[in-house]
Design a protein around this ligand. Structure first.
Ligand SMILES: Cc1cc2nc3c(=O)[nH]c(=O)nc-3n(C[C@H](O)[C@H](O)[C@H](O)COP(=O)(O)OP(=O)(O)OC[C@H]3O[C@@H](n4cnc5c(N)ncnc54)[C@H](O)[C@@H]3O)c2cc1C
Length: 409
């Protein structure tokens, strides 16, 4: 019987172990934490958004843009739903975002653990893998204690995001020692730190709008939703969605700006006409009172102050330039991005093992036959919304299927 060792007991590792065991292999799962699947518990705010029914190639990023889709289309969101249904997890659909019906991430983890047990996989926790040594008769895996021998190895050690869950980046070192290139690993799906002392004043405000990221003047990405203003900068789902572009551009030493549009449904000219009519309707209101009912008071006060309109000036006396200045601030609130929050706060990372060194059909290393990769350790990151777990399930499945059929044991 072929022995397949899976390094890392996260989402991709558990999927790989279940697949390899169900195909008749002896499976050993090595995990350096005291338990497997810790990260899954914090996903989707504790509810686990385990996939998304809207799938397109652009939902996944890699330096090698065709690579992720090769894998996703072979184990799709529908396959994920069926897989979990067989494990007893019935899904709940929120606008295409799928969660377990229980709304508990722990039930996804429990279902996976029960399946691993049913398939008699050998789970070894508290085992930190230090080196993988390929040889003529398979692999030796060096750990702090025992040395493990294996016919095939699937490396599922994750990224550097949320290291308290176990993904401390040590998987990259294992891959590097075997000759693989690591594309710079940066926090993604993360908050952005921005310049401006005014952030302290507007911290805690949430507003719907569009955030666009520009690097050296070029717009790289935009997304719309609830923007959260914090003491250090900006957060919220649309910020997460564009954060990878900011992280990469900052790494390349580009000047990065976020341009916030707090009235995305209005063109700037339309907003100007609307404000002219609004000022004519209640000319006695002060400039500060003029925006009440449209925006959070802290934002209105900030815009009036930055636009240079004298405090207390009546709406009916606002000049065309003053109204236009307000419109520009609301439609194009331009801030300099100075950094991302740290890996501790990131949901995923961009970068990782260079996918051009990995076979896109099998996920086998092009350098080390018998070594496979799955999950976030690869240079693949998905959008926020269930795509990163989908990547973990799909890649874990395909890597284990390939490891089960390739070569001779
Ligand atoms: C707060 C948060 C919320 C998220 N919410 C969602 C969501 O709702 N939907 C979604 O799709 N994605 C979400 N994600 C992202 C998603 O959880 C990850 O992309 C996914 O879990 C990655 O799976 P993985 O198996 O590649 O890595 P991990 O889950 O990180 O697993 C890697 C495992 O390897 C172990 N390991 C590492 N190095 C070694 C070593 N040297 N020896 C032994 N073991 C080792 C680690 O301890 C860990 O258990 C979220 C992430 C975070 C942090």
């Amino acid at each position: 019987m072929r022995t397949i060792t899976v390094i890392g007991g996260g989402a991709s590792g558990m999927m790989a172990a279940i697949t390899a065991a169900s195909l008749g292999n002896r499976v050993v799962l090595l995990e350096h934490r005291d338990r497997i699947g810790k990260k899954i518990l914090s996903t989707g705010n504790g509810r686990c958004n385990f996939t998304n029914i809207h799938q397109e190639p652009i939902c996944y990023h890699s330096r090698n843009p065709f690579f992720p889709w090769e894998i996703i289309r072979r184990f799709s969101a529908q396959d994920t739903v069926s897989f979990f249904l067989q494990l007893g997890v019935y899904s709940k659909n929120r606008n295409g975002y799928l969660y377990p019906n229980s709304d508990q991430a722990s039930s996804v983890l429990d279902a996976l653990r029960m399946e691993l047990k049913r398939l008699k996989t050998e789970i070894r926790t508290g085992v930190h893998c230090r080196e993988i040594i390929p040889g003529k008769k398979g692999f030796r895996i060096l750990t702090d204690g025992e040395t493990y021998r294996s016919d095939r190895v699937i490396l599922c050690a994750g990224s550097k995001a949320a290291p308290s869950t176990g993904s401390d980046g040590s998987g990259y070192d294992l891959a590097k020692k075997l000759g693989h290139t690591i594309i710079p690993v940066l926090p993604a799906l993360v908050q952005l730190k921005c310049e401006g002392t005014f952030f302290k004043q507007i911290a805690g405000v949430r507003a719907n709008g569009t955030v666009a990221v520009y690097a050296d003047g070029e717009c790289l990405a935009r997304d719309t939703g609830e923007i959260q203003l914090t003491g250090y900068g900006i957060s919220g789902i649309p910020v997460f969605q564009v954060s990878r572009y900011a992280a990469e551009s900052l790494y390349e030493k580009k000047h990065v700006e976020a341009v916030l549009d707090f009235m995305p449904d209005f063109a700037e000219e339309q907003l100007y006409s609307f404000f002219k009519a609004r000022a004519a309707l209640r000319p006695d209101k002060t400039a500060e009172e003029f925006l009440i009912g449209m925006f959070h008071r802290k934002l209105s006060d900030l815009w009036v102050r930055i636009s240079g309109i004298p405090r207390g000036k009546r709406a009916g006396e606002l000049t065309e330039d003053e109204i236009r200045a307000l419109c520009t601030l609301i439609k194009q609130f331009r801030i300099t991005v100075t950094g991302t929050n740290s890996f501790d706060h990131a949901q995923v990372c961009c970068g990782g093992v260079d996918t051009s060194e990995v076979n896109p059909k099998t996920l086998e290393s092009r350098y080390v036959p018998g070594l496979y990769f799955a999950g976030e350790i690869l240079d693949v990151d998905g959008m926020c919304g269930g795509y990163n777990l989908q990547w973990a399930w799909s890649s874990g499945r395909i890597a284990a299927e390939s490891a089960s059929v390739s070569g001779t044991a």
